[in-house]
Design a protein around this ligand. Sequence first.
Ligand code: THU
Length: 135
Amino acid sequence: MDDVQRAYDLAVASRDHAYAPYSEFRVGAAIKVADSDLIFAGCNVENASYGAGVCAERVAVFNMLAAADSPRPEFLVVVTDADPASVPCALCLQVLAEFCPPEFPIHLANLEGIQRTVRFRDLLPEPFQLESHEH
Ligand code: THU
């Protein structure tokens, strides 16, 4: 089984753990680490205080950062039940921007499988960078 399929399966499995009683929109994500077999998954976790909820993509990124010695992501898979497959939100892209290059592949999937692959830069061409505001 190839790495993308393995990540897709882990994202689907993590989506089953989504805690989304408010939106009922369940999301799973998985990040493959470069030069490693490691894949870190995440699901969305909502909260009665809505703003405290976290997206699946950020949970996957944070899992990677917490556990991987060399957290260089190779690609991301995002799974929902939406058709067309949905893209990561801007907050998650901004978080990803710290750790991935512009060409970073993002596989957009639903329960039928991967529907489309985009590059990070297609979704967020100009992430905020603190350096560009320092003098
Ligand atoms: N959500 C994600 O997990 N990832 C996204 O990229 C977009 C939205 C979650 C947040 C919330 O729990 C639910 O989907 C509805 O917005």
